[in-house]
Design a protein around this ligand. Sequence first.
Ligand SMILES: [Zn+2]
Length: 86
Amino acid sequence: MNEELKQHATRIAEILQEQGNPYKRVEIDHGGIKIVSTDAFEPIKRSQHHKCFICGEPADLQLDDGQWECGNCAQIAAELSEEDER
Ligand SMILES: [Zn+2]
């Protein structure tokens, strides 16, 4: 593969990743580009396999301090902090 092709391929991979779908196979020929198959669809956040720092379940909320928290624990924490204010 020549350098120019490599650069384009890298860019295409970046775009797919930005769209949260890095597992598409694409075929490029003189007719253009087409998607051959989708190996998996996984939103980027999930594909990084973050774990909740409280319960260890898959987490999709990142806290200000960089730790990850699942929806359940976030809700519990919110309820607890509301009680503190009372
Ligand atoms: Zn949790």
